[in-house]
Design a protein around this ligand. Sequence first.
Ligand code: HEC
Length: 255
Amino acid sequence: MRRNSMLRILVVVTPMMIICCLLALGMSAAAQSVRSESDNGRCSNKTIKGDYGCSIHGAHDEKEMISIGFAVAPVPLNLAGKDRDMVGLGSYLVNVIGDCNGCHSDGPATEFIPTGNPYLRKPPGGPFSGSIQINTATYLGGGRDFGPFPFPTSTLHIVSRNLTPDKSGLPEGGHTLAEFIQIMRTGVDMDHAHPNCPTNAPNCMAPPFDGDKLQIMRWPFFRNMTERQLKAMYTFLSAIPCLEGGPGEPSPRCQ
Ligand code: HEC
């Protein structure tokens, strides 16, 4: 008798548990798909609504990136004739995500002004004022020497390039948007700064390294950015002030 009632309970409870499990699985899959669709502010399934609602969430996120981008840009920006949102988004990608200036300044010693260098101590031990301030005199102007390549015997040094616009108004030494996208996606060195040995060039690059490709530069990772993100970075790089100097740049390059 006892056994029979246990069986009856099992017969009723088991299907209910299975239904509950299936429901829970379905719900988490739906949440997952909402999240991935809102990633880029794009939306393929307009039927899903709610807090994570399609496009609304992603678009809001991009607005926040744009305003952070403007807040962290260390130099005055020339917005004339440019899409303001793309400049802000580009600033976010260059200054927050990509840390382009970490390599494309003149080097760590002058990347910040002394009172704005967060790696230094506050007085009396050091000059740090408590607020970070990037040195605008070297901002994205290139020239950071990464030393002998390959280390330690080579006479060839890899030096970061000047990304600021020249007198043409185009970023990084006058490259077009199409060229910039190609550089970021393939790592091609359009300036041929270190052709493959053997050549007559004193700064040729020895095997196994490929002198046609930018070394150290993080293009194998930036290459996966969206076209809109690359365009935004290019737009930002055309809005910053020109700086003189950098490998292979004519002098003067700003006027
Ligand atoms: C880890 C250091 C590093 C970071 C981070 C970095 N770069 Fe570079 N980049 C370099 C170096 C070094 C070169 C030159 C490489 C060479 O000479 O082989 C270079 C070259 C380039 C070039 C080629 C310039 C030309 O005249 O053709 C572009 C464009 C560029 N970087 C853009 C960027 C952007 C945009 C970012 C941020 C999203 C960035 N880089 C972040 C190190 C870096």
